[in-house]
Write a protein that binds this ligand. Sequence first.
Ligand code: FAD
Length: 372
Amino acid sequence: MGSTVHDAIVVGGGLVGSAVALGLADAGRSVALLDEGDVALRASRGNFGLVWVQGKGLPLDGYAAWTRRSSDLWPAFAERLAGETGRDIAYQRQGGFHLCLSEAELEARALLIKRLHNQAGPDGYDCRVLDRDEVRQSLPGIGDAVVGGTFCPHDGCVNPLALLQALHSAGQEQGIAYLPGRRVDRIDCAGASFSVRSGAEVYSASTLVLAAGLANRPLGAWVGLDVPVTPERGQVLVTERAQPWLDVPTTYVRQMAEGTVLLGDSHEDVGFDTGTTVAVTEDIAARALRTFPALAHLRVVRTWGALRVMTPDGCPVYDASERHPGAFAISCHSGVTLAAAHASVLAPAIADGSFRNAFAAFTGQRFDVSAH
Ligand SMILES: Cc1cc2nc3c(=O)[nH]c(=O)nc-3n(C[C@H](O)[C@H](O)[C@H](O)COP(=O)(O)OP(=O)(O)OC[C@H]3O[C@@H](n4cnc5c(N)ncnc54)[C@H](O)[C@@H]3O)c2cc1C
C-alpha cells in the first residue's frame, strides 16, 4: 500500500477542482489532484463554454456580484493560462445576448433583469433589454421569430475543453501532482489529518477539498458535510465547421473559434442518464433555426448529453466542515464562469483560513429549514 503526504488534496479534476488546486498551489501549498477520469460525460467536458453574467443572481444575495467578479478576473486569468501553457483557450469577452422568440418570453426576461437591477441596488446590473431592431443592429442574421432580447457587455466565452487542459497544464507547472484514474472510495479523518484512499493507495493532507461534482454528495458524508447536489441533464448539438458568422455568443447558439456551432440549453431531470433524445435535440435545433435561419445549411455532426451539478437554488454551495476542520466541499453549476474566481479568490481563502467568513452566504445550510 503506497502512502503520500501533501499539504492539500483536491478530489475531482474537473473545472472546479482544477481551478481550486491551481489557486492552492499559487498560495504555496503542495497539492495532489485526484481524479476518477472521464468515465461518464462530466459537466466539465460537455458544457457550452459561456463565461456568463446576465440572468444570474436572484435566489442568493452575493451571487450576482460573485459572478461579475469572476467575469472581471477572467481576462487576466485567460492571459495567465495562455502565457504559462502556450494553449489558446479562445477566451473572448465581447458581451453576449439572450434572444427571445415571443413577447411573453421577452416580458419575462425583462422582468428578471429588472429584479436583478433592484437586487444590485446602487452597484447596478449591467444588462440591457433590447427590441428586435436593436438586436438586429448587432446580429443581422436573426430570423423573423426573434422579438428582442437582452445584452450584457460582461458576458463572454471560452473553449471549455481547452480551458480544462490549460488548468491541468498550469497546475502541473506549479508542481501539482495531477493523478488521473484515482477514484476516491474512502476518506478517514484523524485529528487534523485526512487520509484519502483510492484502491490500495493512500494520500494524506491537513486540507481536503471535495470538488468531485455530483460525487460531492456521497464523498461529503465522509467528512460530515451534507452536499445538496443533483444531476440536471443538458443536451448539446454541434454542427460542421462554417465560416465565421456569429462573433457574439448567445445563451443557446454560439460559434466556436474553429467554426463549429454549438446549439443547446435544455434542462431535464433524468437522473444520471447522459444519453440524448430525438425529442429534445429536435426542440433545440428548431429553436436555433428560428433564431438564425442560416443554420439550415449546416449539418449537425454530433450530439451529447452531460449532467449539470445542480444545487436546490442553482447557486454555488461552498462549505467547510464543522466536524472536521480542514475539509471543504465546492459545488456549482457555473464552473466555467467561476473558474477565475475559484482560482484567484476562493482557493486563497481556503489557504489563509478566511474561507468560512468570506463565503458564509454560500453555505448549504441556507437550505436547512431548521436553521431559519
Ligand atoms: C450541458 C451543460 C452546459 C453547461 N454550460 C455552461 C456554461 O456555458 N458556462 C458555465 O459556467 N457552466 C456551464 N455548465 C456547468 C459547468 O460545466 C459545471 O459547473 C462544471 O463543469 C462543474 O465542474 P466540476 O468540476 O464541479 O464537476 P464535473 O465536471 O462533474 O467534474 C467532477 C470530477 O470529479 C471526478 N470524480 C467524481 N467522483 C470522484 C471520486 N470518487 N474520486 C475522484 N474523482 C472523482 C470526475 O472524474 C470529474 O472529473 C454546463 C454544464 C452542462 C452539463
